[in-house]
Design a protein around this ligand. Sequence first.
Ligand code: SF4
Length: 279
Amino acid sequence: MREIQIDKIIKTVKDLLIDANYHLGQDIVDEFDRRIQSDESPVAREVLKELKENVAIAAQGEYPICQDTGLAIIFAELGQEVHIAGGDFNKAIEEGVRQGYGEGYLRKSVCHPFTRKNTGDNTPIIVHLDLVPGDGLKLWVVPKGGGSENMSRLFMLPPSAGWLGIKERVIQTVVEAGPNPCPPTIVGVGIGGNFERCAILAKKALLRTLGGPNPDPSLQQMEEELLLEINKTGVGPQGLGGRVTSLGVHLLMMDCHIASLPLAVNIQCHASRHLEIIL
Ligand code: SF4
């Protein structure tokens, strides 16, 4: 059985969180470039240029891309042949988050729901852990901002709603969100499962590289159809109008109960921060 020491997990989570907050993925920057060329609105083109400049300034000076450095979400796939040595797995991840937000001078954004008293170290965190075959540990760190998370929605649709019902709700969610999630966004959509599973699917869908194809060709077609419709709404970059309301739509789907059609829409702002590593 392979051993992974918790010290390695703590350092990995810390480093990835700082890196994700300072450096936006090249996939997003490339998409900014492509859209700067294509949007017919001068205001939209100007906003996209400013977003790109912001990313460059953050990377140069080692600053966060956005003041909202997010609630830390960690997806983990732990091989069943791995022994976590030296301490508690969840506590190790939490310590990595604590150190990352401290040493990286990242804003602490977690508070008590009623008193609004800040917990001071950006914990507690959200961990989604899956046990998988093998002797590796795969980690995704996702610092997720509040503005885009607030505009996300979950619907328990009747099965008769079908694809048309799903499309209607996804577009409605994007339009109602307007400028609040700092568009251009990436729209994660989870279809099927149950109440909680479809929300996790929607969030996991956001981890895919922007512009990378959906492995399921029928879902790929649905993604293209949705993106086309969303970009006809005219919300535009930062909600100032234009054709680039979203940079991409990512779908994940699983089978569901015969009486249900669960749908979750997880909106991700342009500051789409996620990094992954295999230990
Ligand atoms: S929605 Fe995104 S870009 Fe806007 S403030 Fe929140 S984290 Fe920053």
